[in-house]
Design a protein around this ligand. Sequence first.
Ligand SMILES: NC(=O)c1ccc[n+]([C@@H]2O[C@H](COP(=O)([O-])OP(=O)(O)OC[C@H]3O[C@@H](n4cnc5c(N)ncnc54)[C@H](OP(=O)(O)O)[C@@H]3O)[C@@H](O)[C@H]2O)c1
Length: 294
Amino acid sequence: MTQTAPLPASPRSVVITGASSGIGKATAEAFAHMGWHVIGTGRTPERCADAEEEIRAVAAKGARIDFLRGDFSEMADVRRVAREISGLTSRVHVLINNAGGVRDSLYRTSEGLEATFAANHLAPFLLTRELLPLLEQAAQDSPKGSVRVIAVSSSGHMGCPAMNWDDLMMFGDFAATAAYCQAKLANLLFTRELDRKLAGKGIVAHAMHPGRVGTNFASHGDETLRSHMAAAPCIPPESPARTIVWMATAPDLGCGGGRYFHDLAEAEPAPQARDDEAAKRLWAESERILATLG
Ligand SMILES: NC(=O)c1ccc[n+]([C@@H]2O[C@H](COP(=O)([O-])OP(=O)(O)OC[C@H]3O[C@@H](n4cnc5c(N)ncnc54)[C@H](OP(=O)(O)O)[C@@H]3O)[C@@H](O)[C@H]2O)c1
């Protein structure tokens, strides 16, 4: 009887947005080092090329690295990237919605959206929705709770007492820091509602605050933000990356989703981030805004 060598097990797939720099790149390197199929996304072409090379350089044998490019303040780009991901894998075991940051003033995108709200909230909302079939496919043949969606939010959400329902994109009275804090509150409300909706499917959603991290983050912000970031020492991006990898893989975090973490421990988000009615309303508003784009 002839014996055939067993086929190598295909690696688990992780999609990491904003992998061209900072926390996302450090997280992509960690997963590549563990031998996963890493699908990173980024915006700036040179940073994407450099990051892809650096992630490949630390990848374990058997790992696979793919890198895609898109501007996530444009929903057409998010849809295209989602389609490209579907061409690379039939399963997404972990989705890390990390891309985002603060802007220095009001920018209206070609689709008429405010750029901070678009990139930090609408893009992860849409990408998660578009990748749901791949997450569900992964959940079908994975242990319950091992397929996860992770949001990189911020303690900045505490600076936003409530969503500005009358003007979610703050076109009437824009302030860069307020827009960022609201978008990071949106990350937590989205995670809460997503986890509730996915609970029966064996998929878990969690969110995290990375800390004050030394990345390109401040370079996109206004003078106030840059001084705030310069006022105290920053931790390296490898530190929140460790927390993200733990959140994505620790067996005991595979149940009781919708939680918030910081520095390898569960943390308490602000009360406004635990508001189920606001979470449901934000979901409906996000669907409504996306529907206006066609
Ligand atoms: N650093 C901190 O202290 C801190 C604190 C709290 C929360 N956070 C959050 O952590 C996450 C990662 O930020 P970071 O600190 O690692 O900053 P970073 O070094 O600037 O990295 C941000 C990543 O997101 C990408 N990105 C930003 N806007 C995008 C857009 N419109 N379309 C597509 N990609 C976009 C960037 O692409 P490019 O390379 O093209 O810029 C980059 O890959 C963000 O969500 C941020 O809000 C950071």
